[in-house]
Design a protein around this ligand. Structure first.
Ligand code: GDP
Length: 215
């Protein structure tokens, strides 16, 4: 069974002190608002509305936990990039998201969803900078791949890979094409996440195998 197929909403965490206290491994999903994060989560889960739980009032600025069938967690982080007062943004990052990313021991890896037409924006890099010191892996989904031609897809994928290769510890970073609309890259993403969580990947890997490893 695909990894996310039986995911269910668990809880919303507004304060670090409310994080689950068990030792269960988790993976987190982050991205700019409108990058296609909810659609990607719903696509992985095979369910139309799973991630919209995170978009309901009172939950959008918090960490939303879901339980996977295998007893692991995934965490939907607040979308970033909407116009907000700087003090509000700072409070959110310094109070919850930043410490979560940099200190959460159970966090096995971070998935960052980026619209293929706007990869690696300053805010994406800021998010990644919070997480990189942990030495844990980051996997980028270039979402809405259907919005550009195949030729563009290849070109953008190659340029993002080239950029990641310039970062120290390049083996920690991987990137792939993804489309919720066309269901592109689902097996590949599942393969990466299953690997992080120490689960067997039961689905057949698509093009190039799990993770689209760096050259
Ligand atoms: P979020 O704010 O990052 O959670 O983004 P959403 O998942 O809500 O998606 C934002 C918008 O992009 C919505 O209008 C989606 O229908 C659209 N979208 C998301 N994924 C895709 C995709 O793979 N292809 C296309 N063409 N549109 C998408």
């Amino acid at each position: 069974m695909p990894l996310f197929q039986r995911a269910v909403f668990l809880t919303t965490v507004a304060h670090l002190r409310d994080l689950p206290q068990d030792a269960i491994s988790e993976v987190a999903f982050a991205g700019r608002s409108n990058a296609g994060k909810s659609s990607a989560i719903n696509t992985l889960a095979g369910r139309v509305r799973l991630a919209y739980v995170s978009k309901t009032p009172g939950r959008t600025q918090h960490l939303n936990y879901f339980t996977l069938a295998e007893g692991k967690y995934f965490v939907d982080l607040p979308g970033y990039g909407y116009a907000k007062a700087p003090a509000e943004i700072r409070a959110q990052w310094e109070g919850l998201i930043g410490p979560y990313l940099s200190k959460r021991q159970q966090l096995a890896g971070l998935v960052v969803i980026m619209d293929i037409r706007r990869p690696l924006t300053d805010l994406d890099l800021r998010l990644i900078d919070w997480f990189r010191p942990t030495g844990r892996p980051i996997h980028i989904l270039l979402s809405k791949a259907d919005k550009v031609s195949r030729q563009e897809q290849t070109k953008i994928l190659r340029s993002v890979k080239a950029e990641l290769a310039t970062w120290g510890g390049a083996e920690l970073y991987s990137v792939q094409l993804f489309s919720s609309l066309k269901k592109v890259g689902v097996d590949e993403a599942e393969g990466v996440l299953a690997g992080w969580l120490g689960l067997e990947n039961k689905g057949p890997p698509d093009k190039g195998g799990p993770g689209a490893k760096m050259p």
